[in-house]
Every structure is written in C-alpha cells, then in structure tokens.
Ligand binder design. Structure first.
Ligand code: RP5
Length: 214
C-alpha cells in the first residue's frame, strides 16, 4: 500500500525491532521500504559512545547544540550510547518523519528532542513513534524560551511528550537514563550513586553557608 506520494505505508503492528509480515500481502515491499528508510536516517546522525545507540538526541538546528549537548554529557557520563543529529520538523519534515518512524526499529529506546521558537519537533516525533519522547524547550533571544516551552508542553491527549524545563537538557538526559535504568540494574546503580553524590554536594553547600554565618 502506498501513500499519495507513492511511498509505501508501513501499517503493520510489530513490536520494536521485529520484522514481520504485512497483512495486506506485500511483505517484500514493506521490508524494502523499511530498509531504505533506515538507510536515509543513518545519514542524518552520528553515534557517540561504544555500542548501538539507545537514545536519540535530535534538534531543530545546530544552533541548539549549545543547549542540547548537556543531555549528551549526562548520557556519556553514565555510559549510555547515544546518537546526535539535526532533524528539523519544519525544514526537513520528511526526514523528521523517517527518523521518528524508524527509531524503535533502529534500536533506540528513548528520544530527546530539542527545538526553539515554534518548537514542533518533539510533538511530531511522538506522533509517529511509541517510544518515549522527552522535549527540551530551547530558549531563543526573543521570548526567552516561553514560546518553545508552550509549543512543546501543551500536547493533545494520546500523544505524550515529557517536557523538561526551558534549557533543561541536563535533566532530559537524566530522565532518558532513568527510563533505560528500569531494565538495566547496572545503570540504575550508577544513577543511585550520582543521586547520593548530589546530596553530599548539597550538604557541603549548607555546611559552607553555616560556616560563613557563624
Ligand atoms: C528552530 O529554530 C531550531 O530548533 C532553533 O532553535 C531555531 C533557530 O534555528 P537556526 O536559524 O539557528 O537554524 O527550528
């Protein structure tokens, strides 16, 4: 079955990673279309860290990287392999749809998507995949990121995006790791250690403040 542009429609209900038959009777077409789609997507991203990427960090422009790199820093520090790319919802919509549709099949388990202004990338990705999407509102000079926040956070029922704070890519990376850690004991342990270290740092700050007041 093809869409109006002639591209095959993937209308099977496979679990992530599975390659199944097409109930309409054209499995060869579907499998070939999926392969071509995955090839197109591979040209949009770079893998970081050893092993197959589990998290896709994507953004509307390379100008978002100054904010979004914090998500990569967190994941890298926790030993989670990820990939990075620019997938603009407005400027490259077909690439964006390819990326979202192929994400689960390509082994990704969480998407972290950041954009600024009329920020439609996280929501549009969430509309074409069933893996979790975390949205990062990237602040632009004009409206201080309020436009980005409202564009991402106010999703319609049925299409969830977990929106972090304006510029909150660090927490987006952490949240992605926490999702993965529900099925990864080692990663869960590393997150517990980080949380304990954060508490120790906060206590040290209290100690320092009391020292200045005494
Ligand atoms: C958005 O437009 C991008 O996510 C970025 O935040 C903003 C500006 O993009 P550039 O003009 O810097 O490419 O789509």
């Amino acid at each position: 079955m093809n869409d109006p542009t002639g591209r095959p429609i993937d209308d099977t209900d496979d679990l992530p990673g599975a390659v199944g038959g097409d109930p309409t009777g054209a499995p060869g077409d579907i499998v070939a279309a999926r392969g071509a789609q995955e090839e197109r997507v591979a040209g949009l991203v770079s893998a970081v860290g050893g092993g197959a990427p589990l998290v896709g960090i994507v953004m509307g422009s390379d100008s978002d990287w100054s904010v979004m790199s914090a998500a990569g820093d967190v994941l890298g520090g926790l030993g989670v392999p990820y990939e990075v790319g620019v997938v603009s919802a407005h400027r490259m919509p077909r690439d964006m749809l390819d990326y979202g549709e192929a994400a689960a099949r390509r082994g990704l388990r969480v998407l972290v998507a950041g954009a600024g202004g009329a920020a439609h990338l996280p929501g549009m990705l969430a509309s074409v995949t069933s893996i979790p999407v975390i949205g990062v509102p990237v602040p632009l000079p004009h409206l201080d990121g309020v436009d980005s926040l409202l564009s991402i956070v106010q999703m319609p029922a049925g299409v969830p995006v977990a929106t972090v704070s304006v510029g909150g890519a660090h927490n987006a990376g952490l949240l992605a790791a926490r999702i993965l850690a529900t099925y990864d004991q080692g990663l869960y342990g590393r997150l517990e250690a980080e949380r304990a270290a954060l508490g120790a740092k906060a206590r040290a700050k209290g100690h320092a403040l009391r020292g200045r007041l005494d």
